[in-house]
Design a protein around this ligand. Structure first.
Ligand code: GLN
Length: 543
């Protein structure tokens, strides 16, 4: 069978959940036994979102091979349970970078380099790249942005050309739109969808299926109307109604026959029905938890939910695994002080101190760590969160009042967190951190090894600073143990306080690898420990 391509475009408004629709369809096709992956083409000029502020673009997701990518890739991995890679996220910046480099090398000598054909050819080459590996039956391609945006135009043009070049049965186009509800008129409106599809068809892309985001069910008449004006069969108008969880969407899409439409259009023979037993088990645990637990997330981007997407999702997975609903309360680290920390973290049965960069909110993170350490509250610190465990311990247990990370205080007399050796000569900011998966060797007797059930693990990184091992002996003597280290470089990757019920700091980001079907052991452990704390003290329940 040839590799088949499904393109997903969006219309009317952004934030309709194209990534979730793409992930849901991919999940259903994978559950039918097909080999599937998803890629995202983003129209912005940054080479990758690594240099973007989370307020601009939400979390930066990191793949196993060290790509800094759009957060939708996190959804792809969580739904599919397979790793994505550098090739799965392409931006306008990457496309132009390649074309301009080739131009300088003389690859187009004598020719004027233009958007069509040079840019569109490079887009098409990248769209087909993963298909050429032979590893996949189906490649879903999500086009970022909204049809009509100036920036998306070359990507849509590339989709048009591929629809024309590829055999009819190897290519499918799905358009996701919004059907707004006007409460004054008590009516769902189809006009914006009609316009959006017209715009798509002006470029020459004919959608095979229209997926309609809606807050109310679409009547058969409305579906017929959309079908007629958008030039598709009535059965090809799919309703995507607001779901109680993003993880319910694959089942909703299956009910609407989206996966069946895909296998028919792509002429995939002998396809099985989707095997979703484990997914459904996860959903039923998620929907009917028998208890609750309160976790407080301390970070500086808390105003924007998307900034901590993978962490929040990891709590959803760990909650379902422990038959409990995890209430994650966020606290802005910038306003936490030694004077108000007890009040700010009141009722927390578990505390997570988030990753981050720069000085803002840093001292609040130190206060949160101290509070968790001194009060025996289950604690997980991730990346900058782990670094602040080290700073806090140095200041308040070892008595080094000036202890700091050189990221914010290069003059500190106790630089307990410092720049990694191979970072010292780096001046370029984009793509130069320690990125992607590295091996980590855990001490067999550690809490972390117990949680993982093994001592050799591999987790993903995104940082420039590290635990300064010159101070390791002093820390260990005083009780903060390095329980995970990189086997090659010796870099400290995990710290623990054995005297505390549950206190772990990880230089890596465990959240990137948590999925509904494989919840992460550290999040699992934190939730479990938080639940025990409720049982012991009782006083935190319901806060
Ligand atoms: N700013 C810290 C560093 O670069 C931590 C990064 C992070 O939390 N991802 O090392």
């Amino acid at each position: 069978m040839n590799t088949k391509y499904i393109f997903i475009t969006g219309g009317v408004a952004s934030s309709l959940g194209k990534g979730i629709i793409a992930s849901s369809l991919a999940k259903l096709l994978k559950a039918r036994g097909l080999r599937v992956t998803i890629q995202k083409f983003d129209p912005y000029i940054n080479i990758d979102p690594g240099t973007l502020n989370p307020y601009e673009h939400g979390e930066c997701y990191v793949t196993e091979d060290g790509a800094e990518t759009d957060l939708d890739l996190g959804h792809y991995e969580r739904f599919l349970g397979v790793h994505t890679s550098k090739a799965n996220n392409v931006t306008t910046g990457k496309i132009y970078n390649t074309v301009i480099t080739k131009e300088r090398e003389g690859a187009y000598l004598g020719k004027t380099v233009q958007i069509v054909p040079h840019i569109t050819d490079e887009i098409k080459r990248r769209m087909l790249l993963l298909g050429r590996t032979g590893d996949y039956d189906i490649i879903l391609t999500e086009i970022g942005g909204t049809v009509g945006d100036m920036e998306s135009q070359p990507f849509i043009e590339a989709v048009r050309q591929l629809q024309w070049e590829l055999p009819e049965e190897d290519c499918m186009s799905i358009h996701l739109t919004l059907i707004p509800y006007l409460s004054a008129a008590k009516e769902l409106k189809t006009k914006p969808t009609q316009h959006s599809v017209q715009m798509l068809q002006q470029i020459g892309v004919k959608p095979d299926v229209i997926v309609c985001r809606t807050e109310h069910p679409l009547s058969p008449e409305l579906r017929r109307k959309i079908a007629l004006f958008c030039n598709v069969k009535p059965g090809h108008v799919i309703q995507s109604i607001d779901a109680w969880s993003i993880y319910q969407v694959p089942l909703n899409m299956h009910e609407e026959h989206l996966d069946e439409l895909a296998v028919r259009k792509l002429q995939i023979e002998n396809f099985a029905q989707p095997e979703l037993t484990r997914w459904k088990e996860f959903l039923s645990r998620l929907q009917h938890p028998s208890q609750e637990v309160n976790i407080t997330l301390v970070g500086k981007y808390v105003e924007l939910q998307d900034a901590y997407k993978s962490i929040l999702e990891a709590f959803v997975h760990a909650g379902a695994a422990n038959d409990c609903k995890v209430n994650v309360r966020t606290v802005q680290s910038e306003i936490v002080t030694p004077g108000n920390v007890a009040e700010m973290l009141q009722g927390a049965q578990g505390i997570l101190v988030a990753p981050g960069f720069g000085e803002r909110g840093l001292e609040g993170k130190v206060c949160a760590v101290q509070y968790a350490r001194e009060n025996g509250i289950p604690f997980l610190g991730i990346c900058l969160g782990m670094q602040m465990c080290v700073v806090e311990f140095a200041r308040h247990v070892l008595g080094w009042a000036d202890a700091a990370s050189t990221e914010v205080n290069p003059q500190s007399g106790h630089p307990v967190i410092c720049l990694m050796e191979d970072q010292k000569a780096t001046t370029i900011k984009g793509g130069t951190m320690r990125l992607g998966a590295y091996d980590c060797q855990l001490k067999p007797e550690s809490l972390t090894a117990g949680l993982y059930g093994q001592t050799a693990i591999r987790e993903r990184h995104r940082h420039r600073y590290e635990f300064n091992s010159e101070y390791l002996e002093a820390f260990e003597k005083a009780g903060l143990k390095a329980t995970g280290r990189n086997p090659e470089t010796g870099l400290v990757e995990v710290v623990e306080l054995p005297s505390h019920p549950f206190f772990i700091g990880t230089q890596f980001h465990p959240e990137y690898k948590s999925t509904p079907e494989n919840p992460h052991p550290l999040f699992n452990g934190l939730v479990k420990a938080a639940l025990i704390r409720t049982d012991l003290s009782g006083v935190h329940r319901g806060n």
